[in-house]
Design a binder for this molecule. Sequence first.
Ligand code: 8YV
Length: 320
Amino acid sequence: MSKAEVLAVAKLHPFYRQALEAHYTVHDRSHELDPAGFEKLAPRLVGVAATGESLVPASLLQRLPAARVVSVFGVGYDGVDVAAAKTCGIPVTHTPGVLTEDVADLAIALVLSVARRLAQADGFVRAGRWLEGPIALGRKVSGARMGIVGMGRIGQAIAQRAQAFGMSIAYTARSAKPALPHPFFPDPASLAAASDFLVVITPGGAGTRHLIDAKVLAALGPHGFLINVARGSVVDEGALIEALREGGIAGAGLDVFADEPRVPQALLDMPQVVLTPHMASATTETRQAMADLAFANMQAGIEGRPLLTPVPEWTAQVAG
Ligand code: 8YV
């Protein structure tokens, strides 16, 4: 029997790709690389494999009459047109839970790196500059005020870690979470004004685009640091560069950018910024767990079994 066929809309992580290839014929970005051939292929595709950054627009979904699932390797799925998927009757799944700890760990790593100048300090020692004198002083992290933008699973894991550093926690989210002991602020600007470290971990997409703008950065102020482990789209990158350039904020730790993998030269040139290549979930253990879950969702969708982790919008539709 010939294998069922799936479309990979982006370059997949090898763990996910290998799991898929053991069961299915995987067509690698055929919709982009071979548009003519895709015409014939599209009606046979039963699944779509995507990453957290992938685009799965309505125009693609509408061409996939046999598709039974879009399985995203990532917790974020802002590139998938979920409304169109619902209209087409194609469920969307993602990988929540398995990457929570890694993302929270990296958020704390960025807080420490930017405040204690770890990247700069490493370069300082390697360049032999220690022989000439001590490095400039950093900013104390323990006991500082952390503001978290987005208090879901990962936001709460970040809070838990920050508390071990004796930091005070406050947050903003779509709505207050009365079960949490931390103060709620109604918007990012008021939260920023009360924070030393503003950590962004809200979902991406149209609803949060440029949520962190010039006004929020001004509220964070010249002694405040911005950490972004969410999506580049959540921060107005132009406003951020301006604030960093003018000393409007003290520094930034950034794992995500507006136009990945391209990072603006202005940011590359700034010593008060720590830059990482969208790697918050990039450990061997977590990428394996993500691949296992993404594959299990793909297989369940194709075989018509209950999905393990559909996106909340899909669950709401089925429940409603
Ligand atoms: C990416 C992420 O999915 O989970 C998310 O939302 O952004 C990441 O884990 C990962 O980089 C694979 O593309």
